[in-house]
Design a protein around this ligand. Structure first.
Ligand code: NDP
Length: 314
């Protein structure tokens, strides 16, 4: 291993040790803006990182609604969690199905009146290792970007006003970094437009992903200057990251008491079904930054991208 790689590995391991330590420090009464009345919704919570985020949030004393596109799997997951003695509820939710989303929103209104935290965790990736197939590109972009967008649009209307602010956390990926050193869109003008908040728009993000999907259909995507690793997945998460910044901008004028903070984070490379259990960290550690962002107190952080509780550039 080269000296630089070795140093990066050491830095990362040190940071993961710090995170393990941070996770053992309980929140003080002063930091706890939440109670058991605080409602958190986690999408795709029947397994993997979503399951862990649900478990940890409930462990902090919130009421957690575990959602799953397959309700029987969701119920089984909830039973496993309830053994820990915390407060969970469960509901069917497919983030690609508008009827499922509307039924969920109606149920939330009737049963809880609203929610305080939305964790958009549900996602798909069909590549492993060095594979870079785009066979499922539409499914990947639809789920990761359009599904997440569907949920944000539907849930903003049921986010409860609160002095501490409601929160949205999008589970994203470093692979979707716009301006990382590697794996980025080659077109510098497009990158600049997607980076600059003056030119960033929903239409631009949608147009970017549509252009990628069109090239997949035309079989020209390989020369399209898209990210080179897990291309469909990277494009989908790039769109999630850009949309996070856009929504943060749109929500920033809300008056105190009605604020909604929205951020995204990369959980790292995680041992879950998505990676064929080949990742280098556990779902417990991977959930940490999502839980931390959900519970941030005294900090009006919005429109940012994090990894291991640290802000990184988009
Ligand atoms: P898993 O494959 O273990 O879990 C994905 C979850 O998303 C499952 O519960 C799955 O449901 C659900 N899901 C997929 N499509 C839909 C849908 N249409 N509606 C509702 N739920 C859906 O993956 P991870 O736990 O690893 O991934 C969680 C998140 O973390 C994803 O957004 C992923 O992109 C992100 N991430 C993961 C990394 C990793 O290394 N694992 C790295 C970076 C980011 P079902 O069980 O029904 O399939």
């Amino acid at each position: 291993m080269s000296g630089k790689k070795e140093r990066n590995k050491e830095r990362r391991e040190k940071r993961l040790q710090e995170i393990s330590l941070l996770r053992t420090i309980p929140y003080s009464d002063h930091q706890r803006w939440w109670s058991q009345e605080t409602v958190a919704v986690v999408t795709g919570a029947n397994r993997g990182i979503g399951f862990e985020i649900a478990r940890q949030l409930a462990g902090h004393g919130l009421t957690v609604i575990l959602t799953s596109r397959n309700i029987s799997v969701g119920i089984e997951a909830t039973k496993a969690l309830q053994e820990g003695g915390f407060s969970y509820d469960v509901h069917q939710l497919d983030i690609l199905d508008v009827e499922s989303i509307s039924a969920f929103v109606e149920w939330i209104k009737q049963k809880y009146g609203g929610i305080d935290i939305l964790v958009n965790n549900a996602g798909v990736n069909y590549n492993l290792g060095f594979d870079n197939s785009v066979e499922f590109a539409r499914q990947v972009v639809d789920t990761n970007y359009f599904g997440t967008k569907n949920m944000i649009k539907a849930m903003i209307s049921v986010m409860k006003p609160s002095a501490a602010a409601a929160r949205i956390v999008n589970v994203s990926s470093r692979l979707g970094r716009l301006n990382g050193r590697r794996n980025r869109i080659q077109d510098a003008t497009l990158r600049e437009k997607l980076t600059n908040l003056e030119t960033l728009s929903e239409e631009l993000i949608d147009r970017t992903v549509s252009s990628f999907l069109q090239q997949v259909e035309d079989e020209t995507w390989q020369s399209g200057g898209w990210p080179q690793t897990f291309t469909d997945y990277s494009v989908s998460k790039l769109a999630v990251n850009a949309y996070t910044r856009l929504v943060a901008k749109e929500l920033c004028d809300r008056p105190q008491g009605e604020k909604i903070y929205i951020n995204c984070y990369c959980p790292g490379w995680v041992k879950t079904a998505m990676t064929g259990w080949a990742g280098n960290i556990s779902p417990e550690v991977a959930a940490d930054t999502g839980v931390w962002l959900s519970l941030l107190s005294d900090q009006a952080i919005t429109g940012k991208f994090f990894a291991e509780r640290r802000e990184i550039n988009f």
